[in-house]
Design a protein around this ligand. Structure first.
Ligand SMILES: CC(=O)SCCNC(=O)CCNC(=O)[C@H](O)C(C)(C)COP(=O)(O)OP(=O)(O)OC[C@H]1O[C@@H](n2cnc3c(N)ncnc32)[C@H](O)[C@@H]1OP(=O)(O)O
Length: 425
């Protein structure tokens, strides 16, 4: 599409970049290009890739400049939790363009080529973690989850007196690799509760633990804390590391950094938080990756002591708009016409009549007047139920032609729990 061509750097001419599949023997060069693009040493990546279970070489796409690789993109196939159940989704990763070749349209060529490739594969959704949030909106991705780091100072970490507590629960400290089946069981239960995540099949657990265990100065090894019920069954788990420090007068300044707080029962969650907040030689606990509606503030005696930062999340894209909208469920019946703009996946552009009773959904092309006009990225942000289209109408980047149409769409897309993805890729 002529409108998608980006001007070349003055004087270089526009080479008309094309993304094409990588051959097996180009993968090492592609990996080197990605490492160079990310400004990281190759061994960091190579270790990751070597242990990677799902590095399917036929999912790499490259842009070549003559004989050399100038840009790369890759993806993994996941089973992503969406409203209505798990669905195939491409986890886009490995995006990198050589520093010598930037701002000349190579990423745009890769994105366009990858979307066409995913459509051919019948993968109706694509998700990614963005290195910088400003990059992917133009390609039809919208931020579909918002995840926070919550910091609680030890001095103000008391939970409410009526927080559910079960004296029969016990705590166990372990090396994560030694309790992997228990961690996996609790992780799968957490995935079933919220959309936006995927089970860690194959080698994803070892890879995840490797990433979280990388050496850091003055920081402990990665530890798992498990909560067990009276029969010894796991009902809660969290991963954490401890940073040691001493300030003026030798006073401790250590910190607990925790993540993946998964609990089957409210009492198990209380036990985990009380454990994480009460570590000697630390002054605060930070918990990374909490969804926006995590119960922690509701458990604290003073909810304002849960100090929230961040808000990055998983970006989602409807590769095939009618197929993706048909394969999820809805909280309410809906009958609406949506006009979609989509520069990078032109098969999605046009008007779609969406009719659902909540479970059974039909999405068909139509020439009827639209109730709403929006960008594919707005649908991506909204798909997991917590990225209101109304916000984009208010911002003036989407248009409502029938009063209340955005609110009705938001209500139908809504999910009672906020989505969350707890695995980087
Ligand atoms: C899912 C992941 O893998 S996340 C990892 C992403 N990779 C990195 O961050 C590695 C370092 N960066 C890079 O390799 C490159 O700069 C990339 C991949 C981000 C961009 O590649 P380029 O080939 O320079 O992008 P391209 O020239 O196609 O630019 C396309 C558009 O994106 C914009 N853009 C490019 N990089 C950025 C950025 N970092 N932030 C905001 N906008 C950006 C361009 O201005 C251009 O905008 P336009 O469509 O309005 O004209």
């Amino acid at each position: 599409m002529a409108a998608d061509r980006h001007p070349a750097t003055p004087g270089t001419g526009d080479p008309g970049w094309e993304a094409a599949a990588a051959s097996e023997d180009e993968i090492p060069e592609a990996t080197q290009v990605f490492a160079t693009a990310l400004n990281i040493p190759l061994p960091d990546l190579v270790d990751t890739e070597r242990d990677h279970p799902v590095n399917d070489t036929d999912r790499f796409l490259l842009v070549r400049d003559g004989a050399r690789v100038a840009g790369t993109v890759n993806s993994h196939l996941f089973s992503l939790s969406v409203p209505g159940g798990p669905r195939p989704a491409a986890g886009v990763t490995g995006v990198g363009v050589l520093p010598t070749h930037r701002r000349r349209g190579i990423l745009s060529a890769l994105m366009r080529g990858q979307l066409a490739d995913l459509r051919r594969r019948g993968e109706n959704l694509a998700v990614l973690w963005a290195s910088e949030g400003g990059i992917y909106g133009r390609y039809g991705y919208g931020r579909a989850t918002r995840q926070y780091t919550v910091t609680v100072s030890r001095a103000h970490a008391a939970l409410r007196p009526d927080a559910p507590r079960d004296p029969s629960l016990t705590l166990e400290l372990a090396a994560p690799a030694d309790v992997l089946p228990d961690l996996d069981l609790l992780h799968r239960a957490a995935q079933a509760e919220r959309n936006g995540g995927f089970p860690r099949e194959g080698n994803w657990w070892p890879l995840r633990l490797w990433m979280l265990s990388r050496p850091q100065a003055d920081t402990s090894d990665l530890r798992a804390v498990l909560v067990r019920d009276a029969r010894g069954r796991p009902v809660g788990s969290a991963l954490h590391r401890l940073t040691t420090g001493f300030g003026h007068g030798g006073l401790p300044t250590g910190r607990v950094t925790a993540r993946e707080v998964n609990a089957l029962t409210p009492a198990a969650r209380t036990a985990l938080y009380e454990y994480l907040f009460a570590t000697d030689l630390t002054v605060e606990t930070e918990i990374i990756g909490l969804p926006e509606d995590d119960p922690l503030p509701a458990l604290l005696a003073d909810p304002a002591q849960a100090v929230r930062s961040g808000g990055a999340g998983l970006w989602l894209r409807l590769v095939d708009v009618p197929a993706a909208l048909s394969e999820r469920t809805y909280a309410r019946p809906l009958d609406t016409v949506i006009e979609v703009a989509d520069r990078y996946a032109p098969w999605n552009a046009g008007r779609w009549h969406l009719k659902t009773d909540g479970e059974d959904t039909r999405v068909e092309a139509t020439t009827a007047d639209p109730d709403l006009s929006l960008d594919a990225a707005h649908l991506g942000a909204a798909h997991l139920g917590r990225g209101p289209v109304t916000t984009h109408v208010d911002a003036g980047t989407a248009a409502e032609h029938t009063p209340g149409a955005a609110a009705r769409l938001d209500t139908a897309l809504y999910t009672p729990r906020a989505p969350r993805c707890d695995t980087g890729f």
